[in-house]
Write a protein that binds this ligand. Structure first.
Ligand code: ADP
Ligand code: ADP
Ligand code: MG
Length: 685
């Protein structure tokens, strides 16, 4: 076995690999860019070597520097993680030439599978079913249109070198093909340095189901069952689970056998994933093979009990697989939520910033037998920059069945406190309560279909709204107790909304009974009205607030039926205004003594400044191109500029006909969110 290995990656995956290596008694070497010099993976490793630079290109993609780091530290092998150099055949070859083992597949398998056109040809030859389409490079837009017409719409234009959901466009018509062909090519050239694209049939509303395989250098290959990754936005996975709620044993076996057949065809060894899309009739089609450890590998580990990183290291050291196909079962159910730095309310635009608070839930086996796991590479105070992947953590749950795993995930998400940066926890929580997700009737179109106008947060049921109002009342009451020796007992909770009539019904009057300053309170509650009136209910509420985070745990008991409901939510206070966040619902309310609340309508509302005459950058990113000049008159829908953020080129378009008054930024600028790009004037002025 190796004595020392180098991890050519950063973030959660570098940390995860270091942990397994350490458990195996192997020394670890981290590498890092300049801005990552204090990153978690650097602190966790036994040694660290600086690669310099900021961008991936300047740092983690510097193969020569990584090889030099191995030589300098005596590392005998390199684990590449995912992304970066993990799927670069030349890197694996160069390591071999320097007598350093690559903890991954052989270079020729990477090369064969790294190219979508070549791998599709290979899969076909190996008898693996592939998506119908044209398996070859497309040279011109005219050829693209002709092929798309032959295949039949919709079609997907894909970069042959693509990955990470980049460089692909759906086309429903010949016009779509012409524009999609150009953008896919441009994205492919800038992301992969290779602008070859091909076209295949777009399978409508398929499920993404992939097979994990594991092979050694002695001709043994097994599969570790499937993962379902159908919950995607922009063709990128957000929630994964194992097993799939859709597969029957026959389909599972057939997919497993095809995956193994494909791996054997390229003399594969190490861990790898064969991705399929599966239609409503359980026909499955090969998409691509990822010749590396996959982001979502933890869900497979949770249902099989294997440590994939350990298996990869053993295979690279020449060991024979320790398991046969018949040893591999499916134990329980696992879910993974990818926590991203992004704004779910603004079409999942990437976000950047500093994690001013970062308190993940405790990783542990719970009393009910379920489990919480959190793979992360950041700590409180760290910054998520535009330079690398915006994934913050992979939160996983395991339990005996799917619904219990979802239940555990909900609580783990409730428990996650993160401030200082936009993140997608509200969205993940919303999906974990979404009826269609719970039923298992999902597809890759789930997000587009269920959140047609984008994610707007979850509208709470009246009962939930009442409970959240009560939690605010109890928190306000305790807050007042802390500040005054004789606080009032009565509170009016008035929700703040754009449409006051809409939520007025939910407003509450809450009268606490005299009590000591402890966590359990009892109160009478009634709908809010200027004069105390209406029905009164008696409740008890117990709340526990964390001293240094916005986390609040509350239990509310209705005396009527003696039922208790439990909540873990997050609460922020600003003067007498409170914000409460719970499972995708965000509510704001004022908590005031009733005599003050009754005067509230005299207060002037705050009016936001008008910024409709400016184009603001919707996300942090790189301004790639400006398509207009000062004085131009533009039409509604016309592209004004292109901003590239992390994984996508985003075209910013004019909302209405207008004249460009001034341009405030230039191509190449790195812009922060809401930076002014240009100003507009009336088209006729
Ligand atoms: P997975 O199925 O493992 O999630 P993805 O395709 O989503 O695979 O990519 C995994 C990671 O690797 C992501 O962080 C993505 O940004 C990165 N990645 C994938 N392909 C490339 C590539 N060709 N160049 C750079 N990064 C890539
Ligand atoms: P990447 O290398 O970027 O991961 P994939 O080929 O694996 O590219 O595709 C990523 C996602 O795009 C898939 O999981 C699926 O949701 C969608 N997709 C890709 N090809 C098709 C297709 N032919 N029909 C329908 N959806 C597709
Ligand atoms: Mg893929």
């Amino acid at each position: 076995m190796f004595k020392k290995i180098l991890i050519a990656n950063r973030g959660e995956i570098a940390c995860r690999i270091i942990r397994t290596a350490r458990a195996m008694g192997i020394q670890t070497v981290a590498v890092h860019s300049d801005i990552d010099r204090n990153a978690q993976h650097v602190q966790l490793a036994d040694e660290a070597i600086s690669l310099g630079g900021m961008t991936a290109q300047e740092s983690y993609l510097q193969a020569d520097k990584i090889i030099a780091a191995c030589q300098q530290t005596g590392a005998e092998a390199v684990h590449p993680g995912y992304g970066f150099l993990s799927e670069q055949a030349a890197f694996a070859t160069a390591l071999g030439q320097n007598n350093i083992a690559f903890i991954g597949p052989p270079a020729n398998a990477i090369a064969a599978m790294g190219d979508k056109i070549e791998s599709k040809k290979l899969a076909k030859a190996a008898g693996v079913s592939t998506v119908p389409g044209h398996v070859g490079v497309i040279e011109t837009a005219a050829e693209a249109v002709k092929i798309a017409n032959d295949i039949g719409y919709p079609v997907m234009i894909k970069a042959s070198a693509g990955g990470g959901g980049k460089g692909m466009r759906i086309a429903h018509s010949a016009e779509d093909v012409e524009t999609g062909y150009a953008t896919a090519m441009r994205e492919a050239a800038s992301s992969f340095g290779d602008d070859r694209v091909f076209i295949e049939k777009f399978i409508t509303s398929p499920r993404h189901i992939e097979i994990q395989i594991l092979a050694d250098q002695h001709g043994n290959c097994i599969h570790l069952n499937e993962r379902e990754c159908s919950i995607q936005r922009r063709n990128q996975k957000v929630i994964e689970e194992a097993p799939s709620p859709f597969l029957d044993e026959t389909t599972r076996q057939a997919m497993g056998e095809e995956a193994i057949r494909l791996a054997m065809a390229v003399d594969y060894h190490s861990a790898g994933t064969v991705e399929f899309i599966v239609d409503a009739d359980r026909n499955f089609y090969f998409l691509e093979m990822n010749t590396r450890l996959q982001v979502e590998h933890p869900v497979t580990e949770l249902i099989t009990g294997l440590d994939l990183v350990e298996e990869m290291i053993r295979v690279a050291a020449g060991e024979t697989l320790r398991h046969q196909q018949s040893d591999i079962g499916i134990n329980g159910w696992a879910m993974e939520s990818r926590l991203y730095a992004e704004d779910p309310y603004r079409n999942f635009m990437p976000a950047i910033g500093r994690l001013s608070l970062y308190r993940p839930p405790e990783e542990k086996h719970h009393d009910d037998g379920s489990l919480t796991r959190n793979d992360t590479g950041v700590a409180e105070g760290d910054t998520i920059s535009i330079y690398y992947d915006p994934m913050i953590a992979k939160l996983c749950s395991w339990a005996v069945d799917r619904s219990a795993a979802i239940g555990r995930m909900r609580v783990a998400l409730d428990d996650f406190v993160m401030r200082g940066i936009g993140h997608n926890i509200p969205f993940l929580s919303a999906v974990m309560e979404h009826q269609r997700f719970l039923s298992g009737d999902i597809s890759t179109a789930f997000i587009d279909e269920e959140y047609k106008d984008g994610f707007q947060g979850v509208a709470p049921s009246p009962d939930r709204m009442r409970d959240l109002g009560l939690i605010i009342a109890a928190a306000a009451h305790k807050d007042a107790q802390r500040q005054s020796s004789s606080p009032g007992q009565d509170w009016a909770i008035q929700f703040v909304t754009d449409d006051p009539a809409q939520m007025a019904d939910a407003n509450l009057r809450c009268s606490f009974h005299l009590c000591q300053q402890d966590t359990a309170l009892t109160a009478d509650i009634s709908p809010y009205a200027d004069t105390a009136a209406g029905t009164t209910d008696a409740i008890s509420i117990e709340i526990h607030q964390s001293a240094d985070t916005p986390r609040v745990a509350a239990s509310i008991t209705d005396h009527k039926d003696d039922k208790t409901r439990h909540y873990i939510c997050q609460l922020h206070k600003n003067k007498d205004s409170w914000q409460i966040y719970y499972r995708g619902t965000h509510l704001a309310a004022h908590a005031r003594p009733p005599h003050i609340a009754s005067l509230a309508h005299y207060m002037k509302p705050v009016i936001a400044p008008d910024r409709s005459n400016m184009l603001l950058c919707p996300m942090p990113g790189n301004l790639v191109k400006i398509m207009v000049a000062d004085g131009d008159v533009v039409e509604a829908g016309q592209t004004l500029c292109i901003v590239e953020a992390m994984k996508m080129e985003n075209a910013l378009v004019a909302e209405k006909r207008c004249r460009i008054d001034s341009i405030e930024a230039k191509a190449g600028d790195i812009l922060s969110v809401d930076a002014v790009i240009m100003r507009f004037a009336d088209a006729n002025a």
